[in-house]
Design a protein around this ligand. Structure first.
Ligand code: WQD
Length: 323
């Protein structure tokens, strides 16, 4: 298929682009490079330097190369803390951009959209593991924008026949196993990149946000999923909605929980670096434990996490960060 990857120069977007190219799709990357990186672009993919807030640029990109069959939308802002301080920024860049995308799809006849949603749509867990029937009650504005976009997608499915897959990622981590993606995220706030920056010495220490949670070692438990597993799910989701003409919403997680302490210990062992750490205050809004049920993705998409053991997550990250 002819696929437009919006946000394809970013961390997850570049892995998705690589996967789609490897599977024989024709890919056009659309990115404004606000956080995406030129070094994440591949010569086999066409690059359009464009902005999702410029409607006519989206329309032009969707008409290019003989017309796009589908789009992957990964161009949203994703910093949870920032979304609570600057909701305006998230309203515009996430929600308005998504409406532009949907309207441009209608105008150009693009039929399939793969949307990067998030476990953040669920909020504080009522039970674990979280399946797709879990109530949605986002605790932060970022998660709210993801849930709203899912609702727009459902309406455009009903009214305009645009089929979508909404992929609710848990904690994305790791790097391409073959080392083909070079760009590192700027100012990361997520656990594994922060640990990597500490290991390579560009950050002084890891702050562990609380060690008095109701978990075996007192630190929070999360479900880390390898970015290449996520990327494979995008390709499978595209196949699924194309073949079945039916939209889907699925969780993507490894179904395994790892505590902050366990991640840190694995990183110390794999990198051979001391990685200084200090216990700090709890971070507001952090649930003690989050794990996914990915049974629906397995059943519908035939997807399964293959590279999401902590050893592989950390090793592939370190290969990118040590350079
Ligand atoms: C993981 C754990 C922290 C940094 C976020 C979003 C979620 C989804 C995935 C996209 C937590 C602890 C972290 C640090 C620490 N995103 N930590 N020191 O918050 O689980 O999930 O990314 O959709 O919506 O909320 O990920 O990597 O920030 O934190 O102790 O310097 O590591 O407290 O327990 P989080 P994270």
């Amino acid at each position: 298929m002819n696929i437009l990857v919006i946000g394809g120069a970013g961390y997850i977007g570049s892995h998705v682009t690589r996967e789609l190219l490897d599977r024989g799709h024709k890919v056009t990357v659309f990115d404004n490079l606000s956080s995406g990186l030129r070094e994440n672009l591949f010569p086999e993919a066409v690059f359009v330097h464009g902005d999702t807030l410029r409607y006519e640029q989206l329309v032009a990109a969707m008409r290019s190369g003989g017309g796009m069959d589908g789009a992957v939308y990964l161009a949203a802002f994703k910093a949870v803390g920032e979304s609570m301080l600057k909701p305006e920024k998230y309203s515009v860049n996430n929600i308005i951009a998504a409406i532009n995308l949907l309207n441009a799809a209608c105008e150009t006849g693009l039929r399939y959209i793969i949307f990067s949603s998030s476990a953040a749509v669920y909020g504080e867990p009522a039970y674990l593991p979280i399946d797709e029937k879990h109530p949605t009650n986002p605790e932060n504005y970022y998660g709210f924008t993801k849930l709203e976009i899912e609702k727009f997608l459902s309406w455009y499915d009903r009214l305009k026949g645009i089929r979508f897959a909404s992929l609710r990622y848990f904690n994305a981590a790791g790097y391409d196993l073959k080392g083909r993606i070079a760009g590192l995220e700027q100012n990361p706030a997520n656990l594994i990149p922060v640990i990597m920056e500490t290991a390579r010495g560009t950050r002084k220490e890891l702050q562990i946000f609380g060690d008095d949670y109701d978990t075996p070692d007192g630190t929070c438990i999360r479900d880390y999923i390898h970015v290449s597993d996520l990327a494979a799910a995008h390709a499978l989701a595209l196949d699924y909605i194309g073949k079945n003409e039916k939209s889907v919403t699925v969780n993507l997680g490894s179904e395994t929980g790892s505590s902050v302490m366990e991640v840190l210990e694995t990183a110390r062992r794999v990198t051979g670096k001391p990685i200084p750490s200090r216990v700090a205050e709890r971070r507001p809004g952090d649930p003690a434990k989050l794990t996914a049920s990915a049974a629906l993705a397995r059943e519908l998409l035939g997807w399964k996490a293959e590279y999401s053991d902590m050893e592989t997550l950390v090793r592939t990250s370190w290969e990118a960060y040590r350079k």
